[in-house]
Design a protein around this ligand. Sequence first.
Ligand code: NAD
Length: 311
Amino acid sequence: VTAELIDGKKIAEKLRYALSEDAQELRDLGIPVGLVTIRVGSDFSAALYQRRIERLAAETDLRCKSIALAESTSQAELTGLIEKYNNDSSVSGILLLRPLPIGIDEPAVFASLSPIKDIEAVHPENAGLLALGTPRYIPSTAASVFHILDSWLADSGIDPMNFYRRSRIVVVGRSNNVGKPAIALAYGRQASVTSVDVWASRNNQLGWHTRRADVLIVAAGAPGLIRSEHVRPEAVIIDVGINPQTDPNTGKTTIVGDVSMAEVLSRARAITPVPGGVGPVTDVWLLHNTILAARTQAGYPNLKAAFDPPL
Ligand code: NAD
């Protein structure tokens, strides 16, 4: 048996249609929408993500300003810039890309964001609302993971709620922006949830946990971490990892996930590829959150139900 490849691009395409309609509706209402993305330093994946968002915003006719700051930027300079956009009424959403340089206090910088413009829900107020199951904004990567799962289940004729309630979801990686929000969304679906981080690997416990997963969500940033022996037969795997890999012969850099696709294909039931899995849906969701932020700020919070609420 060969696992089914879940086509994230196709799922994103459907959402893009809804996104364009929502953007048009705001134009008709005369509500301004603006996104600012801020990157500090030269991390490959962050730069790639920033370019993808800029491109999608242009295609959707949404205003987007991409800022790239030097690695040497101080925390005070960064929070000063955030303050400026907090107070700029033409800016609806602010995305602060990770990783931030060593020496910058990430939670302090996140807390300096205006909660209403914090479209990735990293401000303590928004992270708290998400943890309580009443999110203001659903962080785009975790939203993408569960939108893909929900869509795949529905397309496969499986009732999502019934499936989640009897499933064990194992999330590898526990960052504040991907792993923890994914865990919150898994709780919201009444699944049994296990969270694993680097310490499980270092203590040779990774496979013990992952082999019990009906759904395995991997967001570690470790290429090839998940191999055949880590996977339960017929598991559904969502590979969030985005890792640059340079061919020593050609010097060309491509992207690989955290899962060794060649190894797990004969074992899993379905898997998202990298690229073309979680990434495209994440991008659309971020712009969706930007539109939601603009509407909320203008006093029109409700959107049509095209983006399924993932809780
Ligand atoms: P992070 O570095 O902030 O967190 C990584 C987490 O994984 C930590 O909890 C760490 O303990 C854990 N981890 C690391 N190595 C591990 C190992 N060997 N075994 C078990 N756990 C391990 O990273 P992040 O921001 O959460 O991103 C994770 C990955 O997802 C990265 O590759 C990133 O580029 C990618 N990403 C993809 C998207 C997308 O849209 N596809 C969006 C955001 C991040």
